[in-house]
Write a protein that binds this ligand. Structure first.
Ligand code: UT7
Length: 341
């Protein structure tokens, strides 16, 4: 069960006009607001990376839980480097000694995949207090001149600490439904930098190393997959949709969120989000909503909670859990450690 919640957001907040000016984009503030629901997003300043956000969010979750984690799972698709994973460095910076630590890449579904993985490792006896972090710095991979994606993403991190606990305790992860469809690999992608298009090969311009998304096709998949996996999980839990008190979906686009919630039959006052202020923060988006003090104040511990996500891969998933009692904690970005180079 979730016994600690923490988050970290970069201090710099940009409005739509600033993004448009920076990228010389052929768009308007009105188009972005009405088609996506986004008015602002946070972005790191140069020199700050995903590991810096993840470390602060992890430390905040440890403070919230009052516990020392014995495993670190970092859900991200913007690691500090292609190799090694970022999680061991985060564990080291958190002073956790030689705990197991690894990254998990499921794009915007990453936090849900991570929560399910950590819960399974806990139940298998591999660990007792895993730390699950969702952190992304999409500003590092976004092409500021790409009108289709430049305004959509923000940077951020949030984390939870899990402990063993009875199924009826607040914060219990009860049921999950995960899925993938690799035939959609091209819809959301950074083509270069992996083993198929290694970064060492001469590449024309920056093209293969920038994020690309075929938004319209992704939109249809997102609605279908989030709705479908949410229905599966509601069936597994035996919860009629009308009894869900807290619905938290991956913050991709306000219209997508409304469409999924409408199809499921979830009431307006039970929908929680942050897309207007933070944009799409990828793996961090769902835990950032859970870590929001205003959301925490609005939802009672033990409330029936439905999380649902969709992302590149394609990947998707939904989780039924009860709302935790843990009081969220927030910390500023931790500066990167000094290096000799
Ligand atoms: O986080 C992972 C999952 N991500 C998602 O689920 C995101 C899914 N997709 C979306 O949120 C939306 O599809 C977008 C926000 C990306 C685009 O909104 P849309 O309402 O689906 O627009 P569209 O793709 O149907 O495009 C309509 C037109 C296109 O022009 P043409 O082809 O009709 O001439 C786009 O090129 O709008 C154009 N367009 C823009 N126009 C002004 C796309 N982006 C912009 C823009 N400003 N920023």
């Amino acid at each position: 069960m979730i016994t600690g919640i923490g988050s970290c957001l970069p201090a710099h907040s940009l409005d739509n006009d600033e993004v448009i000016r920076t990228g010389a984009l052929d768009t308007t503030d009105e188009w972005i607001r009405t088609r996506t629901g986004i008015t602002r997003r946070r972005r790191v300043t140069p020199g700050t990376a995903t590991g810096d956000l993840a470390t602060a969010a992890g430390r905040a979750a440890m403070t919230s839980a009052g516990l020392r984690p014995d495993l670190v799972l970092l859900a991200t698709t913007t690691p500090d480097r292609p190799c090694p994973a970022t999680a061991p460095a985060v564990a080291h910076r958190l002073g956790l000694g030689e705990v197991p630590a690894f990254d998990l890449a499921a794009v915007c579904s990453g936090f849900l995949y991570g929560l399910v993985t950590a819960t399974a490792l806990l139940r298998a006896g591999v660990c007792r207090t895993p730390l699950v972090i969702g952190a992304d710095t999409y500003s590092a991979i976004i092409d500021p001149h790409d009108r289709d994606t430049a305004a959509l993403f923000g940077d951020g991190a949030a984390a939870v600490v899990l402990t063993p606990g009875p199924a009826d305790a607040p914060g219990s992860v009860l049921h999950a439904a995960l899925g993938s469809d690799g035939s959609g690999e091209e819809l959301i992608t950074v083509p270069g930098g992996g083993s198929r298009h290694p970064a060492r090969l001469p590449q024309p311009l920056r093209e293969p190393h920038s994020f690309r998304m075929r938004g319209r096709e992704v939109y249809a998949h997102a609605v279908r997959r989030m709705t479908g996996s949410a229905r599966t999980v509601l069936d597994l839990a035996g919860w009629p949709a009308g009894t869900v008190e807290a619905f938290v979906a991956h913050q991709a686009n306000q219209r997508i969120l409304d469409s999924v919630a409408d199809r499921l039959g979830i009431g307006d006052r039970n929908r929680f989000g942050n897309i207007d202020r933070l944009g799409n923060t990828a793996a961090a988006s769902i835990p950032l909503v859970m870590a929001d003090p205003e959301v925490h104040a609005a939802v009672r511990p033990g409330a029936r909670t439905l999380l649902t996500a969709f992302g590149g891969g394609l990947t998707w998933g939904s989780i039924a859990l009860t709302w935790p009692t843990a009081v969220p904690h927030r910390l500023p970005v931790e500066q990167p450690p000094a290096t000799d180079t």
